[in-house]
Design a protein around this ligand. Structure first.
Ligand code: CP
Length: 321
């Protein structure tokens, strides 16, 4: 794997390979000494132009558990405020010895530009770009669904026949986009539920069913319900009903969660707007996998770093791999 830029071009075989390696990594994390020597001598740069808690810290934890050195860069407080470009910033960090660059950027396409411009030779991992994609989030979500369904027998399994409902602000969600591509590549059936104003215009080209009524979607008995964060910071007021109406019609509360089958799970990528898209009762219930997703994120990111820096390097594969 040379880069990980998206899940739209990640084929089934490559996706399963990442999930299976993540299973191996997960097993090592239960040991007393969970550090592996695999990436000793390698340097991973976390290049974050947008805020993050889970993604940045779990990439740091993943790299350190594989014995890589980590350099953390946050645009806030850096020379970006003096006008330094993405190219000059990336080349500066490469000059300090970066072997892999994990980038989060407000501009959709920034990771692809970094990977294909020839500015740097390091491998590039997309940690979320604008409203485009967040591939490692989708991989950890798929890993979580698979683990809940198959337990210790997860390796090699895809998600055929599993039904996932993704609810909320699809328009602005890179998590939704990456999950739509990855989950359907792995055989899952995906239904999007959203206010009409928060559905992307080109959704008819996506391999999904779209409904506007959350109760109708929940009545179909999904295996997983993935609540999306309302991205108030990207929102145009014209798109958004009042918070009260949104919560009443598209929020997951304890009453709605109680209609789900016993083995159905509730997911959220975080950070959550408690009381808006998800109630505290639903977020903290035994069917919630919110913290499991965070734990699994470390294993999945270990797998991605391993395959990028120590695994087979096949530059002929698709953009995702
Ligand atoms: N899910 C997610 O990307 O969270 P952070 O913004 O905290 O990284």
């Amino acid at each position: 794997m040379r880069n990980l830029l998206d899940t739209r071009t990640l084929d089934r075989e490559s996706a399963l390979r990442i999930l299976d390696v993540a299973e191996d990594m997960s097993d090592t994390q239960t040991r007393e000494n969970r550090k592996l020597p695999t990436l000793r001598g390698k340097t991973v740069v976390n290049l974050f132009f947008e805020d993050s808690t889970r993604t940045r810290i779990s990439f740091e934890a993943a790299a350190k558990r594989l014995s890589a050195d980590v350099i953390n860069f946050a645009a806030k407080g850096s020379s970006v405020s003096k006008g330094e470009s993405l190219k000059d910033t990336a080349q500066t960090l490469q000059a300090m010895g970066a072997d892999a660059v994990v980038i989060r950027h407000h501009a959709s396409g920034a990771p692809r530009t970094l990977a294909t411009s020839g500015w740097i030779t390091a491998g590039v991992i997309n940690a979320g770009d604008g409203t485009h994609e967040h591939p490692t989030q989708a991989l950890l979500d798929a890993f979580t669904i698979r683990k809940r369904r198959f337990g210790a027998d997860s390796r090699g399994q895809d998600l055929s026949g599993i039904r996932v409902v993704i609810v909320g602000d699809v328009l602005h969600s890179r998590v939704a986009r990456s999950n739509v591509w990855l989950l359907t590549t792995l055989g899952a059936e995906v239904t999007l539920v959203s206010p009409p104003t928060l559905v992307p215009q080109n959704v008819s080209q996506w391999p999904v069913r779209v409904v506007y009524d959350l109760d109708e979607a929940l009545a179909d008995g999904p295996d997983a319900v993935m609540m999306l964060r309302i991205q108030l910071e990207r929102m145009n007021a014209a798109y958004f009903p009042s918070e009260r109406e949104y919560s009443r019609r598209w929020g997951l509360d304890a009453v709605r969660a109680a209609t789900l089958a016993d083995d159905s799970i509730v997911m959220h990528p975080g950070p959550m707007n408690r009381g808006l898209e998800i109630s505290a009762e639903a977020a903290d219930s035994p069917r919630s996998t919110v913290l499991e997703q965070v734990t699994n994120g470390v294993s999945v990111r270990m797998a991605v770093l391993y395959l990028l820096l120590a695994g087979e390097r096949d530059d002929e594969r698709g953009e995702g791999s």
